[in-house]
Design a protein around this ligand. Structure first.
Ligand code: SAM
Length: 301
């Protein structure tokens, strides 16, 4: 792809387009963190929300949301993001416990795992996102004098460009085990970009590496246009997720990894609601219906 990909110079920040979705997830994490039965703690999340004029009036506690828990956006959808955060935290910590010392966050957004998880100090966290998003993140974290628990390496690059070159140029070692997260990312990317991403993760990983990603299996995303979650996100904060999602055919990334020898397992979010005994349950006209969380491990020789 490095040779054929168009050059993407859009520095896209958090104040619009897909960048704003990073703030949406941060607001959800802030709300989750303040819940008495919280599944994930992110004390930085509300600072991101408060730092951007783009979301000055968004809630950071469920009590501030109109209708509280019955609000489809700040209630059910935010709880979904909180639960997803916890599921991927657990996966990452397990993978590091099994020996991975390199973490790659694809479409890192305002993810603060390098600051809030108990990672070994010899761990390196590579955060890939567009320059504008990472610049905003740096400003907020610098103002907070936040110190990462592991070495943290921001990698400002567009995933439609030669991100593999950018990652290896800043020290990523393909011969050492790594753990990768693509949280809330793949459905924003065109199908061929996802295919390249999965191929590249396979190429840059050695035995003992792990990847978790979120996929959406719906064949017709637009059928969910009036679902409570998408309608509330559009109407309350002006983010039209269906406009941001890529509408082209999706590759079967879990199938590709399985065919290449990875051991993959796929779950619905509702599987985790049962596991954690809190979180969203299925409902009618449910935009979460097709969401899947895929966990993949590259076995040894
Ligand atoms: N993974 C983070 C989380 O869960 O908090 C952020 C999720 S947010 C919904 C999607 C992120 O993907 C945004 O930060 C956005 O900038 C990033 N993103 C989308 N398309 C991208 C691209 N082509 N290159 C790099 N980053 C991209």
């Amino acid at each position: 792809m490095a040779d054929t990909a168009p050059q993407h110079t859009d520095a896209g920040g958090v104040d619009g387009g897909v960048g704003l979705t990073a703030l949406l997830v941060a607001a959800a994490r802030a709300i989750e963190s303040h819940r008495p039965d919280s599944l994930a703690q992110d004390t930085y999340a509300e600072h991101f929300v408060r730092a951007s004029p783009a979301c000055a009036d968004w809630p950071v506690r469920i009590e501030q949301a109109p209708g509280g828990d019955s609000n489809p956006l700040w209630g059910r959808f935010a709880r979904y993001f909180g639960m997803r955060t916890r599921a991927l935290d657990d996966f990452l910590v397990r993978s590091v416990g099994a020996g991975a010392r390199q973490v790659v966050l694809l479409g890192a957004g305002l993810d603060t795992r390098a600051f809030r998880l108990d990672l070994p100090s010899d761990c390196v966290v590579f955060e890939i996102d567009r320059a504008g998003v990472l610049a905003f993140k740096r400003e907020v974290l610098t103002d907070l004098s936040a110190a990462p628990r592991a070495k943290r390496v921001p990698v400002p690059v567009d995933l439609r460009a030669d991100w593999a070159g950018a990652l290896t140029a800043v020290g990523f070692d393909p011969d050492a085990p790594s753990v990768w997260l693509a949280e809330g990312l793949l459905f924003y990317l065109p199908g061929p970009v996802e295919t390249y991403l999965i191929d590249t993760v396979d190429r840059l990983t050695t035995a003992g590496s792990a990847l978790a990603f979120e996929a959406k299996l719906e064949k017709d995303l637009l059928a969910y246009r009036d679902s409570p979650i998408y309608a509330a996100t559009r109407e309350q904060i002006g983010i039209d997720l269906l406009r941001l999602f890529d509408k082209g055919p999706r590759p079967d990334s879990a199938g590709v990894l399985t065919a290449r020898g990875w051991s993959t397992s796929m779950y619905t979010p509702f599987d985790f609601t049962r596991r954690y005994r809190r979180g969203p349950l299925p409902e009618s006209n449910d935009a979460l219906e097709g969401n899947r969380w895929v966990f993949a491990l590259k076995p040894g020789p």
